[in-house]
Design a protein around this ligand. Sequence first.
Ligand SMILES: [Zn+2]
Length: 260
Amino acid sequence: MLKKFLKEVITIVVGKNAEEIVEFLDTKKHVNEFIISKKLDLTINQTRNILYKISDQGLVSSIRKKDKRKGWYTYFWKIEVLKSLEFLRNDLMKKIEQLENQVRSRETKRFYVCDTCHIEITEENALSNNFTCNECGSIFVFKDNTKILKEMKRALEKLKNDLGLVDNEISIESKKVEVGKMKVINKEEKEKKKVRETKRLERKVVRDKLKKAAGKTKKKTPAKKSKKVDKKKKPKSKSKSAKKPKSKTLKRKSKAKGKK
Ligand SMILES: [Zn+2]
């Protein structure tokens, strides 16, 4: 169903003969434009023209890579499924609105027709022309709208049904995008955790080395070395010693008050 809708989008944007491009654009990774052109059996320029038309509507995304030897850029493309579905949704809504207006018009107005030229005209215009066709002089006859109304309503039904199906695909695709985003976030979190853990271990190694060094040189300069170790220890015990600075500031405040 999704592929059918994507092909419909390409048909609207570029034309029916380009719809096959969906087969090579509906992928997870961006696809080399030369591969697309080869598979479509089109020249690279013809292929790019199609891609640019879709791109103008914002329905494909691209990345470029520089060929180190030749120095030119090759583009890689991929269809944006959610945006394409939303484009189709808008198109369907427009068509539904137009058709609904036509149905309303058929239901409320009377139409006349020239059987020779097949020209259709509203009753108002027929009246001002004395019910005579400008082209051939025939007399306009009343047009029965029953049949055409039935056709229009059937078409309207189909469009509305399609809209429901597209909405369904949109919600499926939105969930996919959401899951993809979460995956990226989780991956980033894991990476951050990893970095934090490595840093923690590195600090531990440094601390241990310093401790060892302090133990060895304790006899020579005990005061200086132990101070250094304390400084290194501080970040870890920040939360524990959080109370201390508070009491200090309180003292300072009370001192300031006393001065006033
Ligand atoms: Zn006529």
